[in-house]
Every structure is written in structure tokens, then in C-alpha cells.
Write a protein that binds this ligand. Structure first.
Ligand SMILES: Cc1cc2nc3c(=O)[nH]c(=O)nc-3n(C[C@H](O)[C@H](O)[C@H](O)COP(=O)(O)OP(=O)(O)OC[C@H]3O[C@@H](n4cnc5c(N)ncnc54)[C@H](O)[C@@H]3O)c2cc1C
Length: 381
């Protein structure tokens, strides 16, 4: 097995979480190497970039995590912009959620955090909104970031500026472990990480020794650690070119949302297809669903010129909340399972994971306990 310099942390997966954590660790002075199978398949390049704990109607610990992340995003983005010299496209534009009745609006999980709107309020916030919508909630605190065109590129550049090394085209095939000490203190009975087996871009297989790694393979994470209850939820998207500032707020309808970038590009998302597994490509049914959702939300936008269509895979768990912190293997940390809120949760994921790795897991923040993989243990075979 090739020798890895002592102490280098391997980040498995170079998508949104992998890059964000690599950057955070490098800022703490750690030596970091990112192993990335395919940059372009990362959901980080697919997402709409909504920062929407309230518009998404999150609840319980996941809402609290999302709110904490939302607060931290400006400072997190500032570190990326300072290190990379590039903009991340953060736009705190507010999000409007439309409803067909006031009763429906008032029953929404996050209604207490929003400003109630009637039909005239909706027309003021979203000129041209479809006639079916009679009420709404304005979440002024929610927003968006241009992950696809700006954030991911800036994160990559920030990592490089901080000395992170990359192996693009390297697929991790297996986690290598040795038995733990069953007589040791709690947790030491678990197998211990000794390295990974990987296939490099030239097709050659190699072993790479390491004592510490972060699993950030997104929807594919359970391929390396089958104990994780993690599965892909496919999402299809499209974009249109609208007039600049035609839409000032994100419009988050049921099943379809519209995210206006500042140059007039309108991102339309997204299907949610757990039954599709990892099947790639667009489908007529998926694209039709987006067109119909668009027509119901903003009829005039159906005449705007189409730009792109794409798809990707959200990493989902049974409770739709992430897996953060320790894993069944000593030395391997989890940063995966962020489902439809990974962009929102990136800032808090970095803070919690990097803090825990940095202090050798001496202090575990209560937030991490809520998202420990062990919450699913009783149901695992
Ligand atoms: C359609 C859609 C819309 C979304 N919209 C939003 C939104 O508006 N707001 C929001 O907050 N979130 C959104 N998300 C969710 C967000 O994109 C994800 O939660 C987030 O990108 C997950 O980041 P990740 O790093 O875990 O996975 P990814 O970004 O998918 O990265 C995983 C990477 O791991 C690599 N990899 C996999 N297996 C291996 C291996 N064996 N070896 C080496 N590398 C490997 C892959 O090549 C990939 O590059 C959306 C997602 C989708 C699909």
C-alpha cells in the first residue's frame, strides 16, 4: 500500500459537502486530499440553490439546523470569496410560498416565521402570479445562492488556494479497516479505518493509507458503507431566460419552484423521483410536470426562451435529515444525506464537522447527536 503522509485527511467525494469540508479543514491548517469520481455528477452542480428552511416547511431539529446554517451563510460565503477571489452568488431575495386558501396558508408548518399575504399581497410580491393562488407566506429571511454557476467554482478555487490537493477521476472502491479493541472504552470496539482502495483516472487500482477520512459521496455514500440507510432521489430541472428583474423573489409552489437569478435566468425545479433510483437522463413526464408547474405559478414565463435541462440525485435518508458525525468505523466521519437542503446546510455542516474533527471528537455538539447515524441503528439488520 502506498504511504499517505501522516495526518492527511482524505475527503471522499468532491461534491458540495466534500469541497466545503475540505475548505474548512484546510483553513484550520489540516492537510487535505479530495478523491473525486466525477465532478459533473455532483448534486452541488444540479441544485436550485434555495436557502429555504422556512419555505420548505422544515420542522423540529432539522428546522433548527437549517435556521442556524442560514444565519452563518454570509460569514461562510465571505471566507470562500476571500480565499478564491470569486463571487458565490449569494442573494438574500426572500421566498414567497403561495396557497390556494388562507386556511391552507395558516396550517403551514413554518407559518409563524412568515408574513401572511392575501391575493393583493401576492400580486405585489410576485407580479404576474397565476390566478389559482389566493394567499401566501413571505419568508424574507430565506434566499438563494447560485451554486451551479458560482458557488461550486468558488469553493474549488478556495480549496486550491488553501492547499487542498485533488484527485479528479479517482473512484473510492472500498474502505479498508482493521478490528477495533472490544475491551477498550466506548466506541473503540468499532473497526478502525486504515485506508481506502481506489481506481484512478488511468484505470489502475491502488491502496491509499489514512487514519482519518470524511465520507461525502452524496447519494452514492451507501455504496461504500452499506449500513447507511441512504438512497437517491432523482430531480429534474430546467431553466429559461426571462427579462432582468421580472421576478424579485423565489416562488416556492407545491411540486414546482421558480428561482430567479439576478441576470434574469429562471431556474425551474424540481421533480422528486425516489422510484427512479440512479437512472440517468430526462423524462417526458418529468419535464411536463415542470412545464405545468411553471404555467400555474407564472403563466407569462411559459413564453420565455428555454436555456438548459438537467438532472441529479439527492442523497436521502428515511427521515430526510442528514447523517453527520461519527460512523460505524473509527476515523471515518459522515457528512452526507442532506437530501433537498444540502446547499442550505453546507455552512453548519462545515462548522460542526470541522469543529469535531479538530478537537478529536472530545466535545460533541448536541446538534450532531440529533443527526447521528445511530438513530437508525435499531432498524438496521
Ligand atoms: C434537483 C435538485 C435540486 C436541489 N435543490 C436544492 C436547493 O434548492 N437547496 C438546497 O439546499 N439543496 C438542494 N439540493 C440538494 C443538494 O444539492 C444536495 O443535498 C447536496 O449537493 C449534497 O451534497 P453532497 O456533497 O453530499 O453530494 P454531491 O454534491 O452529489 O457530491 C457527491 C460527489 O461524490 C462523488 N462520489 C460518489 N461516489 C464516489 C466514490 N466512490 N469515490 C469518489 N467520489 C465519489 C460524486 O462523483 C460526486 O461528485 C438539490 C438537489 C437536487 C438533485
Amino acid at each position: 500500500m502506498a504511504t499517505q503522509s501522516q495526518g492527511t485527511i482524505l475527503v471522499l467525494g468532491g461534491g458540495l459537502m466534500g469541497l466545503a469540508i475540505a475548505h474548512g479543514l484546510a483553513r484550520r491548517g489540516e492537510s487535505v486530499r479530495v478523491l473525486s469520481r466525477r465532478r459533473s455528477e455532483a448534486a452541488g452542480f444540479v441544485a436550485a440553490g434555495m436557502l429555504a428552511p422556512h419555505a420548505e416547511g422544515l420542522q423540529g431539529p432539522l428546522l433548527a439546523l437549517g435556521q442556524r446554517s442560514l444565519e452563518q451563510i454570509p460569514a461562510w460565503v465571505a471566507t470562500i470569496e476571500a480565499d478564491s477571489g470569486l463571487h458565490c452568488g449569494l442573494h438574500p431575495c426572500g421566498i414567497v410560498v403561495p396557497f390556494t386558501s388562507g386556511t391552507e396558508r395558516d396550517g403551514y408548518a413554518t407559518a409563524p416565521w412568515g408574513l401572511p399575504l392575501d391575493r393583493s399581497g401576492l400580486e405585489r410580491e410576485v407580479p404576474g402570479i397565476g390566478p389559482a393562488w389566493k394567499a401566501g407566506l413571505l419568508f424574507d429571511q430565506d434566499g438563494q445562492i447560485d451554486n451551479r454557476r458560482e458557488l461550486m467554482r468558488a469553493l474549488e478555487a478556495a480549496c486550491v488556494a488553501r492547499g487542498v490537493t485533488f484527485e479528479e477521476g479517482s473512484e473510492v472502491l472500498e474502505l479498508l479497516t482493521e478490528p477495533g479493541n472490544p475491551d477498550g472504552v466506548a466506541g473503540q470496539g468499532r473497526a478502525r479505518l486504515t485506508g481506502v482502495r481506489l481506481r484512478r483516472a488511468d484505470g489502475q487500482e491502488h491502496g491509499l493509507a489514512c487514519q482519518r477520512a470524511v465520507l461525502a459521496c452524496g447519494a452514492w455514500s451507501a455504496h461504500l458503507l452499506p449500513q447507511l440507510p441512504l438512497f437517491p432521489v432523482k430531480g429534474q430541472m430546467l431553466s429559461l431566460q426571462g427579462p432582468r428583474q421580472a421576478l424579485g423573489r423565489v416562488l416556492f409552489g407545491p411540486g414546482t419552484y421558480l428561482v430567479p437569478r439576478q441576470d434574469g435566468l429562471l431556474v425551474v425545479g424540481a421533480t422528486s423521483e425516489p422510484e427512479a433510483g440512479f437512472s440517468e437522463g430526462l423524462t417526458p413526464a418529468g419535464q411536463r410536470q415542470l412545464q405545468e408547474g411553471l404555467a400555474a405559478l407564472l403563466p407569462e414565463a411559459t413564453h420565455w426562451p428555454p436555456m438548459e435541462r438537467w438532472w441529479g440525485f439527492r442523497p436521502c435518508t428515511p427521515d430526510e435529515a442528514p447523517l453527520l458525525g461519527t460512523s460505524p468505523i473509527q476515523g471515518l466521519w459522515l457528512a452526507t444525506g442532506h437530501h433537498r437542503n444540502g446547499v442550505l446546510l453546507a455552512a453548519i455542516t462545515v462548522e460542526l464537522l470541522v469543529g469535531a474533527i479538530d478537537n478529536g471528537w472530545q466535545r460533541v455538539e448536541p446538534e450532531l447527536e440529533s443527526f447521528d447515524w445511530g438513530r437508525f441503528e435499531p432498524t438496521l439488520s
